[in-house]
Design a protein around this ligand. Structure first.
Ligand code: FES
Ligand code: FES
Length: 157
């Protein structure tokens, strides 16, 4: 028998009330119970960054967090970030600079980039590169992703 608990939190600006097994992680809650599949399952061990979301404005790996720890928090997923896809500067920069190839890492990269630029809107290339170190991409070689984030930063070379 698995123990469950009711939790309340804000997800992409809307209140959510759900009952979850105490052993469930936040990534499973998002993808399988709330059908928000933009957040990806890569390694399940905190190594790849594919599951990056914002919790109270700070980036975290959803695969490493128990769902019950979302109680009372504000969560943002890529679905909440890209509410107006066509005019979102970060999303457009990823497309224009070629930072999206297969796209698997892109949601996590964009969430982490949002965190980096929120902490430091003037982040330079080195700071962006360091900030993205926990996010793995098998396709782009990273340069185009850093180019994309740098083009949105207010930093001037
Ligand atoms: S799936 Fe969470 S860090 Fe890889
Ligand atoms: S674009 Fe394919 S893993 Fe990053």
């Amino acid at each position: 028998m698995s123990l469950t608990r009711e939790i309340n939190f804000t997800l992409n600006g809307s209140p959510v009330k759900v009952t979850v097994p105490v052993t469930m992680n936040t990534l499973t809650l998002l993808r399988e119970q709330l059908n928000l599949t933009g957040t990806k399952y890569g390694c399940g061990e905190g190594e790849c960054g594919a599951c990056t979301i914002l919790m109270d404005g700070v980036s975290v790996n959803a695969c490493l967090m128990f769902a019950v720890d979302c109680d009372g928090r504000q969560l943002t997923t890529v679905e909440g970030l890209l509410t107006d896809c066509d005019s979102d500067p970060l999303r457009n920069a990823f497309v224009e600079k070629g930072g999206v190839q297969c796209g698997f890492c892109s949601p996590g990269m964009m969430m982490q980039a949002t965190h980096i630029l929120k902490q430091n809107p003037n982040a330079d290339r080195e700071q962006i590169q360091r900030g993205l170190e926990g996010n793995l991409c098998r396709c782009t070689g990273y340069k185009k992703i850093v180019d994309a984030v740098a083009s949105v930063s207010k930093h001037e070379d």
